[in-house]
Design a protein around this ligand. Structure first.
Ligand SMILES: *[C@@H]1O[C@H](CO)[C@@H](O)[C@H](O)[C@H]1NC(C)=O
Ligand SMILES: *[C@@H]1O[C@H](CO)[C@@H](O)[C@H](O)[C@H]1NC(C)=O
Ligand SMILES: *[C@@H]1O[C@H](CO)[C@@H](O)[C@H](O)[C@H]1NC(C)=O
Ligand SMILES: *[C@@H]1O[C@H](CO)[C@@H](O)[C@H](O)[C@H]1NC(C)=O
Ligand SMILES: *[C@@H]1O[C@H](CO)[C@@H](O)[C@H](O)[C@H]1NC(C)=O
Ligand SMILES: *[C@@H]1O[C@H](CO)[C@@H](O)[C@H](O)[C@H]1NC(C)=O
Ligand SMILES: *[C@@H]1O[C@H](CO)[C@@H](O)[C@H](O)[C@H]1NC(C)=O
Length: 546
């Protein structure tokens, strides 16, 4: 401590024999400043006084051009960051030692030093470091998958990016939530300014659990000083199958009294990750189209009165789908009082009928069984060929099929008649009756009943006469012979006939003049066909001239 002695003399001026140096107050030994402290920021103030009340000036050394000293008044100073355009750089110079030297006009000086520690600038802090998030493969596009808050201690401008998606995919993106780009979020006890970044899903169609069940998203948030990184695991969860809540199920209805459009069953199903389920009947055992399901309301109804159905149990395979996965369930429909269709017991069958069968003759009688005594059975039939259907008639009361007209083997040798029976609700058939027409040998016949011929008397074997017989036979390919019926009269014994040509000659030496033989008479000629059917008799009148 220097001692200042002030001597006053009467007539002399004040003389300073020993002056005192200035006194620096309030200068901290160390201050810390952020790396990105802005230009002209005051980092320290101090005051200076001089015991001798001399004027004092101070200067600053040791900080190059980074700092300067600003004199706010004669006694107070501020240390400012003069220019930080080059920037503090903690890594190269973590601290500066500045010296403040204050000198009074007597040249007495005091020096003090201050250490300026540079705070390293901090990269953004990702304050919600995510680990994993589960995302359904059904997630639609533009869904926010994860919100995270990023802060920067120095409140520097910053941005975040997805830097890597593994396996590679462009389904994900990251951007600032535009509704709350800047906001304050409570962290711990204080409040800190943060930027919320949201990881979005861009295209849901790319998410497929079976292909990629897990993605690793790496993202980085940077300010101008550096980058912080973090990782988000995105676990893809598979689509969940819809599940029936009331299938398998069984319902029972009376077939005879269940009208069309009855509510048979309401299927219910749930799906944890789909709201739209679609229902369908995939199969029915036995097969039927009587039951339908409304694809949206899942109501099962019947399209027909159930008196028409013939089975007492139906198993419906009902499918529910969420558009991606489906589940089957079985609805069992038990029916009581089920109708039974009438049946024809003795068809299909084949019969043979003689072509000569008389019109009106019954040729077949149906045996029809209808289990329900209250049902009325109706029979319908069709004949092939159709243009000859009038050759048969059917009596619905006696159930007899009869010939109705003349059958002819040569015209139509077989018929097919198809019968169908119905009780008005259910039918059976067609049942087939095949009718074969049997050929019968039909007699040959002449084109008229009387012929006339004449010749002169002559010896036996002569006197050839041709009456011009025209003989026909219905039987295809049948041939015939002609003969004279000698038993009819003695006259018949006088003539011979060529069995093929019908030429008649005398069988005796015929002489009318002797009176032994008549001059005219009737011969009876008959035709006999191959099947030994005796043909028509015809009268032949012969006259004999002299
Ligand atoms: C300097 O020290 C005083 C008291 O010792 C304190 O109040 C002040 O905040 C300090 N200044 C800086 C810049 O650290
Ligand atoms: C202060 O600065 C003056 C002038 O530059 C110098 O002579 C003196 O030695 C310095 N004082 C100290 C304590 O460094
Ligand atoms: C993210 O925040 C937004 C806005 O509050 C919200 O709509 C969204 O559901 C959030 N996302 C997640 C995954 O929580
Ligand atoms: C991050 O996003 C910013 C702003 O969109 C862009 O300028 C920058 O190139 C991106 N960086 C990376 C690593 O993708
Ligand atoms: C099915 O749902 C409809 C509408 O709610 C209802 O009227 C009907 O009785 C239900 N059917 C059955 C079989 O429960
Ligand atoms: C559902 O049933 C249908 C018809 O029987 C079948 O084709 C389909 O494979 C079944 N689906 C499932 C998921 O079992
Ligand atoms: C039976 O034959 C008569 C006479 O040809 C005809 O009018 C009638 O329609 C026939 N009956 C049937 C059932 O065809």
């Amino acid at each position: 401590m220097s001692v200042t002695v002030i001597v006053f003399t009467l007539l002399s001026t004040i003389q300073l024999i020993y002056g005192s140096p200035p006194d620096i107050q309030d200068l901290n030994f160390t201050v810390s400043v952020d790396e990105n402290t802005e230009t002209l920021t005051t980092i320290e103030t101090f005051s200076v006084s001089d015991p001798d009340e001399d004027s004092v000036s101070c200067n600053l050394a040791g900080g190059g051009t980074l700092f300067n000293l600003y004199s706010a008044s004669a006694t107070s100073y501020a240390i400012n960051v003069l220019s930080n355009s080059a920037g503090f750089n903690y890594d190269s110079t973590p601290s500066y030692t500045l010296s403040v030297n204050c000198t009074d006009i007597n040249g007495e000086s005091t020096s003090s030093s201050i250490q300026v520690d540079i705070n390293p600038d901090q990269t953004p802090t990702i304050t919600h470091p995510p680990s994993a998030v589960k995302v359904s493969e059904n997630t639609v596009a533009l869904t926010s998958l994860y919100n995270l808050t990023v802060t920067d201690p120095e409140d520097d401008p910053m941005y975040c990016n997805l830097t890597n998606v593994n396996p590679s995919s462009n389904s994900f993106a990251m951007w600032i939530d535009t509704f709350s780009g800047n906001y304050y979020e409570t962290i711990g006890v204080g409040k800190e300014k943060g930027v919320r970044q949201t990881i979005y899903l861009l295209g849901s169609q790319r998410l497929d659990y079976s292909t990629v069940p897990l993605y690793t998203l790496r993202f980085a948030c940077s300010d101008s000083w550096g980058t912080s990184t973090s990782t988000l695991i995105v676990e893809i969860t598979p689509n969940m199958y819809p599940v029936f809540t009331n299938l398998p199920g069984t319902v029972t209805f009376s077939a005879s009294s269940t009208g069309v459009g009855t509510s048979i069953f309401n299927v219910t199903a749930t799906d944890v990750d789909s709201s739209i389920l679609t229902y369908s009947i995939e199969a029915s055992n036995p097969s039927t189209s009587v039951f339908q399901i409304n694809s949206a309301t899942c109501a099962v109804t019947n399209t027909q009165h159930l008196k028409y159905v013939l089975n007492s149990v139906y198993y419906l395979t009902i499918k529910v789908t969420d558009g991606k996965d489906s589940t089957n369930g079985t609805l069992t429909i038990i029916l009581t009082n089920v109708n039974t269709a009438p049946t024809i017991q003795n068809l299909d069958s084949s019969i043979s009928v003689l072509e000569t069968t008389a019109s009106g003759s019954a040729i077949y009688t149906l045996v029809i069984v209808e289990p329900n005594p209250y049902d009325t059975v109706t029979t319908s039939y069709s004949v092939t060929p159709a243009d000859k259907s009038s050759l048969f008639s059917f009596d619905p009361t006696t159930l007899k099929l009869s010939v109705n007209g003349t059958l002819d083997y040569e015209t139509q040798s077989s018929f097919t008649i198809k019968f169908t029976v119905t009780d008005g609700k259910a039918s059976s058939g067609p049942y087939t009756l095949t009718i074969t027409i049997k050929d019968e040998n039909e007699a040959c016949f002449f084109d008229r009943t009387k012929y006339f011929t004449s010749t002169y008397e002559a010896s036996s074997g002569l006197g050839s006469m041709d009456p011009g017989f025209i003989v026909s036979d219905h039987d295809n390919g049948d041939t015939y012979t002609l003969s004279i019926q000698t038993s009819a009269s003695v006259f018949g014994n006088y003539f011979k006939i060529d069995s093929a040509s019908g030429i008649i000659t005398f069988a005796v030496n015929y002489d009318v003049d002797q009176g032994a033989y008549p001059s005219s008479g009737n011969l009876i000629v008959i035709c006999t066909d191959t099947g030994n059917a005796m043909g028509e008799y015809t009268n032949l009148f012969c006259s004999h001239d002299i």
